[in-house]
Design a protein around this ligand. Structure first.
Ligand code: SAM
Length: 283
């Protein structure tokens, strides 16, 4: 790199450097990282294309570029991401919430009755539970996770979003659900990737996101096999279970709902038209 750089020069150089590293969103990532260093938003960056970047800023930017070039996800580098228009703290202890998961939030909001109770199994950063609590102040929301580190992040996010009083978070294992409470709605975005798919995953996922959040046995369905029958015991009569599924898993998961005696089984599609959520009612 040379010494005198304008914002625009740096963005162009970095986008091309990232492209050479196989990063498809190179220009956007360059903008996000430089905006972070210069403490600007992206509009602010566009208004400052001719601004010279000083040597301290350049040094700090270089460090972030190198992390991204090693395929570390932008959200872990920035330490945050957006979900449901809310900002969540994320670290490598939690899955980075995906836009597709908003389909599960929408489906849950449709079936949650007034003053209803909801349990989120595998709460991670808290994305689903906190988005629902944010929309529905009347609801009593709980979240469980096997990972103490994830629970710590979810707790921090609840505090940051002013929802600590609305969401109860605790340790729990979906393979040993023993809940004395009965919920109106149970939601879960469990791990659903087959272990054998690990080598085919993008480096951002494979090398950085927590394995506990990703993998579920040889066919990716292990968590559903445990969760779908067990959740019946924690649902009120006529309560609804909703789970996120991976592309191509909806039919197999719907069969598990049938086998466990759920009724009114349905699927919801994400914005890409993929069946992303399977739900059913306890009869
Ligand atoms: C795919 S992530 C979903 C995180 C978050 N709900 C979201 O949608 O962004 C799955 C979560 O399930 C948790 N998990 C994995 N195995 C579990 C188990 N046996 N019991 C409870 N939680 C588990 C992981 O720690 C992880 O936080």
């Amino acid at each position: 790199m040379r010494e005198a750089w304008t914002v625009l020069d740096l963005l162009r150089w970095t986008a091309s450097y990232f492209a050479g590293k196989g990063i498809e969103s190179g220009r956007l990532d360059a903008e996000l990282l430089l905006a972070e260093i210069l403490q600007l938003n992206r509009i602010g960056l566009y208004l400052n294309f001719d601004r010279l970047v000083n040597s301290d800023e350049l040094t700090a930017f270089r460090a972030l570029i190198e992390r991204r070039a090693r395929r570390e996800p932008i959200a872990y580098i920035l330490g945050r991401c957006e979900f449901w228009s809310l900002t969540f703290k994320v670290t490598p202890d939690v899955l980075i919430p995906r836009g597709d998961t908003e389909t599960l939030v929408e489906a849950a909001l449709k079936v949650l009755p007034p003053d209803g109770t909801l349990l989120d199994i595998g709460v991670g950063s808290g994305a689903i539970a906190l988005a629902i609590a944010h929309e529905r102040f009347d609801a009593l929301v709980e979240g469980i996770d096997l990972s103490p580190a994830a629970l710590a992040i979810a707790t921090e996010n609840a505090q940051r979003l002013g929802l600590a009083d609305k969401v109860a978070l605790r340790s729990g294992d979906l393979f040993a659900l023993e809940d004395s409470r009965q919920y109106d709605v149970i939601v879960s975005n469990p791990p659903y990737i087959a272990v054998g798919e690990q080598p085919t995953l993008m480096p951002e996922v494979r090398d950085f996101e927590p394995a506990l959040a990703l993998f579920a046995g040889t066919d990716g369905l292990d968590c559903y096999r445990a969760l779908i029958p067990a959740a019946r015991g924690a649902l009120r009569d006529s309560g609804t279970l909703l789970v996120e599924v991976g592309a191509g898993q909806a039919a197999a998961v719907a069969e598990l709902f049938v086998a466990s005696g759920y009724a009114e089984i349905f699927t919801s599609r994400d914005l890409a038209g993929i069946e992303r959520v399977v739900g059913g009612r306890k009869t």
